[in-house]
Ligand binder design. Structure first.
Ligand code: HEM
Length: 250
């Protein structure tokens, strides 16, 4: 999957992305001095597969192909953790739409700029793993707003819980994955969130930071955002327009 800084893609394809879509150009400042940093880059390339040697070779080939046009600003590798859990130990993706419904949530509709594409929020969050793991499970559950064992929702959800601060009935629906990254001593989550509208993602981030009402997401007391960027992911057809035939004899 390849994505581009929205302003950059629009320079190349006017009307090729939603008009109000912007990069993560300013930090989000929340309650108690909490900052969600914007660390926007020009493009992202995400390679996914089950064998790391294949991904490694493909990545190096992509870098070689792009040599002279682009250089790597940042790279991160990820792996699945205990089937479907993230590094908090909770089940990830419970509230995601099914794969059948995902397109309705994340694909930009026909007849609008950027049709067939989507918007990606990509962030790296480092975990205060030892502090998190020293909490009782019930305390962790009040922070996430769900039970650890089966991801059932707490009723009621504590207002500062992650589930309450990102409630999709309030902010609209997104499709996301929390991918583990890092080493045994320094690790966390790569948040990968897709939506057809940037506002759903940006309002969730502001809500987590407590920008509007001063209530910070309890999860932000155990995780710190290190990076943040928005990318426009064009449809395969939109990217295909840039394919060139290999030179004769090449
Ligand atoms: C360290 C970073 C994060 C971790 C570890 C994390 C973890 C979780 C977990 C365990 C759940 C409950 C199960 C599920 O439905 O997936 C959840 C729900 C959710 N998270 Fe996160 N999350 C993180 C960051 C974010 C960010 C940055 C956003 C949005 C910008 C977000 C949006 C959501 C949404 C929309 C839900 C479902 C809420 C609902 O409607 O019940 N998360 N997250």
């Amino acid at each position: 999957m390849s994505g581009f800084r929205p302003e950059l893609w629009r320079d190349v394809v006017p009307d090729g992305a939603p008009r109000d879509l912007a990069g993560f150009n300013r930090d989000i400042r929340g309650a108690e001095g909490y900052v969600i940093p914007g660390t926007q880059h020009d493009a992202v390339l995400w390679l996914s597969g089950s064998a790391y040697d294949v991904i490694f070779d493909e990545s190096r080939q992509a870098m070689a192909t792009l040599a002279g046009l682009a250089s790597v600003a940042e790279e991160t590798s990820s792996w699945p953790y205990r089937h479907d859990r993230d590094l908090t130990g909770f089940i990830d993706g419970t509230e995601n739409p099914s794969l059948l419904d995902a397109a309705k949530v994340l694909v930009i509709p026909e007849g609008t700029p950027g049709a067939g594409g989507t918007i990606l929020l990509l962030q790296k969050w480092v975990h205060a793993a030892t502090r998190w793991e020293s909490l009782e499970v019930v305390a962790q559950e009040r922070i996430i707003g769900r039970r650890k064992e089966d991801s059932s929702e707490l009723d009621p959800k504590p207002p500062e819980s992650h589930g309450a601060r990102t409630d999709q009935d309030v902010f609209g629906h997104i499709f996301r994955r929390n991918m583990p990254y890092g080493t045994v001593t320094n690790h966390g989550t790569i948040f990968v969130g897709f939506s057809a509208e940037q506002g759903r993602l940006s309002r969730m981030l502001e809500s987590m930071a407590g920008t509007v009402d001063g209530v910070r997401d309890a999860l932000t007391r155990y995780t710190t955002p290190l990076t943040g960027a928005y990318y426009f992911i064009p449809s395969i057809e939109a990217i295909g327009r840039f394919l060139t035939e290999p030179a004769a004899g090449a």
